[in-house]
Write a protein that binds this ligand. Sequence first.
Ligand SMILES: Nc1ncnc2c1ncn2[C@@H]1O[C@H](COP(=O)(O)OP(=O)(O)OP(=O)(O)O)[C@@H](O)[C@H]1O
Ligand SMILES: [Mg+2]
Length: 259
Amino acid sequence: MSKIVAVHSYKGGTGKTIMSVNLAATFAKQGKKVALFDLDFRAPSLFAILRCEKIQVWLNDYLNNNCDIDKILIDLSSRISGKGKLYVGLANPSIDAMRDISTKDRRWEMRALGHLLSLKNKLFDEQKFDYIIFDTSPGLQYSSMNAIVTADFVVVTTTGDCSDVNGTKRMISEFYKMFEKKTGIVINKILDDVARSNNAEYAKKIKETYNVPLLGVVPCFCEILKAEGKYLFPQDKSDHPFTNLLYEMADKIEKSNIN
Ligand SMILES: Nc1ncnc2c1ncn2[C@@H]1O[C@H](COP(=O)(O)OP(=O)(O)OP(=O)(O)O)[C@@H](O)[C@H]1O
Ligand SMILES: [Mg+2]
């Protein structure tokens, strides 16, 4: 079953990009055909993290109706061993492009939503992709709302900060619920001793706090920081505990029957 997964958060810096890239790599490592899109037009980062060079056509061009989706998909499958496929569609990081997107009005955003929705037909039905992953901007930016409306499943990343907890709770109860989106939460950058303490008790507390299924609890790992986003953990760090967590999260999303 094919799925669109939007990775979103209330606050910035909660790990959306790290999760998006590595979840996409995890599905690809499992043999799936995956397209990862950078919908964070406010601060594009996938082009740098994935070290893509000489890109001439961007996701911006697809949303501006200037080209077809095939023109912007970059094939990174050679970075993942096995039969899986990994493609990426990048947001244009030039200042002009960032400024251009920030001036778009609601009509443009509605048309952009139409283009995102049409990916279901173009990528799932025609090109047999299994997963589309959207890396988004934090908060309620228009592009993030479009990503969530288009998605089948929202992965919400949060940290333990109290400002993050309250905002995330409101976003889940008032925003995702409004669109009736299946949602799972990832608690990221947790201090090790918290993560290692009573897991069942902690999971219960998270469920009571957010009232959505818990996808995973990710400790603060120095290797993630040091990697500067440049490792595809399932490929480059297959024994790392983060990789194990990614496989668990991917399984829960795949089944979408997390409790
Ligand atoms: N579990 C973790 N352990 C250590 N560092 C982490 C962890 N998760 C994310 N980071 C680091 O935190 C920083 C922010 O992560 P990331 O860019 O993925 O967040 P983001 O939600 O995409 O941010 P933004 O809202 O600005 O797009 C990065 O330097 C990343 O390497
Ligand atoms: Mg990001």
